[in-house]
Design a protein around this ligand. Structure first.
Ligand code: NI
Length: 269
């Protein structure tokens, strides 16, 4: 069941993130075996799509919460989940907190969360269900974007993998984040340089880097009530190298300061 679930997630993700399949293939052509360190999701932390409502689906697969994070500036909370089978990717589930935004943004986010209908409440499909609400208006998109790129992303793309992350520890030849970024860049993919190319360091036990997101065309509702196509950032591909802690165990957690900059991989810039 879990492998089927992970395949469905990858298919959903690469459909709007073609760069990820290309980069994976590139690494495989270099003789590497690509394993996933983690898969990240975004949601609105309210109603039936809150973290509390989503996580029991992960528990059923054998995942357990092993850490919780707070991103004050971005107004997010997140849980990280780990599986007893170490070859399976960790899950990083973050949720935006509507009540920390202006009433306009809060109202839009709560409306979307409330209008999400859940026939699949007991079904893992929710993790690749996309938008469970009618298209937002172009005006609402701008309102969201002004306060939070994350809010605009989740309102237009919904619940689906935001990124997959290559486990750099499992690579042989490309054994640093920078070496992977170099390869990826040589093939014309754009690297996220917010806060530096490599976020984190050996001393904090985690180094991460990522591409900039692909774009996808979605529908917004125009002033006349008709749907208008709009290009928005979709998803990016991440690369993580973990270092052993003082007991010799590979660090499995996440680092708020690094993730904060990684979130900007879907910024429109
Ligand atoms: Ni990540």
């Amino acid at each position: 069941m879990i492998h089927n679930f992970l395949d469905n997630l990858w298919n959903n993700y690469t459909k709007i993130t073609p760069q990820a399949s290309k980069i994976k293939l590139l690494l495989e052509k270099e003789g590497e075996v690509v394993l996933n360190d983690h898969i990240a999701f975004r949601t609105i932390d309210a109603g039936d799509i809150s973290i509390t409502y989503l996580q029991p689906h992960l528990f059923k697969l054998g995942y357990k919460v092993f850490d919780t994070y707070l991103f004050k500036e971005k107004k997010l909370i997140a849980n990280a989940y780990i599986h007893p089978d170490p070859t399976l990717p960790k899950i990083f589930l973050s949720g935006i907190q509507p009540n920390y935004f202006s009433p306009e943004v809060e109202n839009i986010l709560l409306r979307l969360a409330e209008s999400a209908t859940l026939p699949w409440k007991t079904d893992l499909d929710i993790f690749y269900s996309g938008t469970l609400w009618p298209s937002i208006t172009a005006t609402e998109y701008v309102t969201l974007l002004k306060e939070s790129e994350y809010a605009a992303w989740v309102a237009t793309l919904g619940i689906r993998p935001n990124h997959f992350t290559v486990n750099v520890n499992a690579l042989k030849k490309y054994n640093s984040v920078e070496s992977v970024l170099g390869l990826v860049e040589n093939y014309g993919f754009k690297i996220n340089e917010f806060g530096g190319r490599v976020k984190g360091s050996k001393s904090i036990l985690l180094e991460q880097g990522s591409t900039m997101a692909d774009t996808v065309t979605i529908d917004l509702v125009g002033n006349d009530g008709n749907l208008v196509p709009a290009m928005v950032p979709s998803c990016y591909y991440e690369f993580a190298l973990r270092h052993p802690d003082k007991n010799g165990n590979l660090y499995q957690g996440f680092v708020e300061k690094s993730a904060d900059k990684i979130f900007e991989s879907t910024d429109i810039k």
